[in-house]
Design a protein around this ligand. Structure first.
Ligand code: AKG
Length: 286
């Protein structure tokens, strides 16, 4: 099945069941990416931290050197992108890099093109450090270092910006990715049972309307055996702000046909991107 034209493509967000067994997670991710591709998806996204449990103390143990193409997660992602000839936004994995003899760990999204080559890499810029008394405390900075780049990658249909989970709370990052030409923003993410119901859809819809583009958020399925319970609800939002496609908490694949005319139509009928008062304010990328 193919739904691809120059102005549209099928997107798939894989709400993966993630376990503590990396090999099982990778095998399962590859199977689901193949299924999405067979169903016509040309751009496929996995969830945040899809090869490991979402737990700061475990990130060093699961981390991989992604500059080594034989590392298991980069290799699995590259091979399946090439085999299926798709763009694959590889959710995220803990990445290890030795800098001056000291290991740094990042929450990293690897993006592969249809030839299996690495197209871009996004290291989560804003670390998820929160403390909501009696509800949830999480400190990614216990083990992770933040990235320093805004990430936008090209496809044959449009440029796509990528952020990871907590990055969605920072509208400036989305605005910079939009100013670089993105017509879609994709966030692998893993909101939780406190902030998920309150903010996940609201933030996805807000970024879509602010920037007049498609937004996807791709989460792991809820696994009650793990210490972190994901909200799930992988969703795709269209530029007008409506939910195009969504799901609940179980494992699933969420498909959406991305019609880029909807970006152009919205931007020309409500031209806020052109009406910014740069004499009063300006967003500067450093
Ligand atoms: O912002 C939130 O509420 C959740 C963020 C999160 O889970 C993450 O960054 O991994």
């Amino acid at each position: 099945m193919s739904t691809t034209s120059t102005k549209s493509f099928r997107f798939a967000g894989i709400q993966l069941h993630v376990t503590s067994d990396k090999e099982v997670n990778l095998r399962h991710a590859v199977e689901k990416v193949k299924e999405a591709s067979k169903n016509g998806a040309r751009v496929v996204c996995l969830p945040e931290i899809f090869n490991s449990p979402y737990q700061s103390s475990l990130f060093p143990q699961y981390a991989e050197d992604v500059s080594d193409p034989s590392s298991p997660s980069p290799k699995a992602l590259s091979d399946v992108a090439k085999e299926e000839k798709i763009y694959l936004i590889g959710g995220s994995i803990p990445e290890r890099e030795a800098i001056n003899g000291e290991d740094k760990i990042y929450n990293t999204c690897l993006i592969y093109g249809p030839d299996g080559k690495l197209l871009a890499k996004h290291r989560k810029v804003h670390l998820f450090d929160i403390d909501v008394p009696g509800k949830i405390t999480f400190r990614e900075s216990d083990t992770l270092t933040g990235g320093n780049d805004v990430t936008v990658f090209p496809t044959e249909w449009c440029d796509i910006g990528v952020g990871i989970c907590y990055d969605i709370r920072f509208p400036e990052l989305a605005q910079v990715a939009t100013s670089k030409g993105s017509k879609m923003l994709v966030y692998p993410g893993a909101f939780n049972m406190t902030t998920g119901p309150a903010h996940w859809e609201l933030l996805l819809r807000s970024r879509a309307v602010d920037n007049q583009l498609f937004v996807a958020g791709v989460a792991p399925a809820r696994n009650l055996e793990s210490s972190y319970h994901s909200w799930g609800h992988t969703s795709v939002i269209e530029p007008w702000g409506s939910v195009l496609s969504t799901t609940e908490e179980g494992p699933s694949i969420v498909y959406a046909d991305i019609d880029l005319d909807r970006v152009d139509d919205f931007r020309s009928s409500i031209p806020t991107l052109r009406q910014k008062r740069r004499d009063l304010y300006e967003l500067v990328e450093k």
